[in-house]
Design a protein around this ligand. Structure first.
Ligand code: RB5
Length: 146
């Protein structure tokens, strides 16, 4: 599975720790930055990760900022993206089962690395339930064509 990952300065620590952890499990990880703790603008990285998922250059995306909110708002502007900002294992599971989320976002200032790893693992391994949830996701995508 190909994973696009990105963060601003507030998510840099978690991103840096997650990349080798994911690679050790066999995931192909594409890092879209940022590459230091210097203050920067989260939309720049959220747009790149969202485009990678939208154009099928990545199967899933992970975005981290201080709260996860700014990157989620940005990514959800891109056609075909379903970004879910999560702060628990249950939210990560439901984001996949009910929403078929293709980008997980979370707050580097709010979520421990241990919880982030558990959410990422759930997000990458939980299938979409389809059925009534498929109909609902299709209604969302009628807004933009997909
Ligand atoms: C940066 O200070 C912070 O605003 C950003 O990381 C994010 O939380 C925005 O949603």
């Amino acid at each position: 599975m190909r994973i696009a990952i990105g963060s601003d300065h507030a998510g840099f620590h978690h991103k840096t720790a997650l990349i080798p952890w994911l690679e050790d499990q066999g995931y192909e990880v594409h890092d879209y930055g940022t590459f230091s703790e210097e203050s920067t603008d989260y939309p720049d990285y959220a747009i790149e990760v969202a485009w990678a998922v939208s154009t099928n250059r990545a199967d899933r995306g992970i975005l981290i900022c201080g709260t996860g909110i700014g990157v989620a708002i940005t990514a959800n502007k891109v056609s075909g993206v379903r970004a879910a900002n999560c702060c628990s294992e249950e939210m990560a599971r439901l984001a996949r089962e009910h929403n078929n989320a293709n980008i997980l976002t979370f707050g580097g200032r709010l979520v421990s690395l241990e919880l982030a790893q558990r959410m990422v693992e759930i997000f990458l391994t939980t299938p979409f339930e389809g059925g009534r949830h498929q109909r609902r996701v299709e209604k969302i995508h009628r807004l933009t064509g997909r």
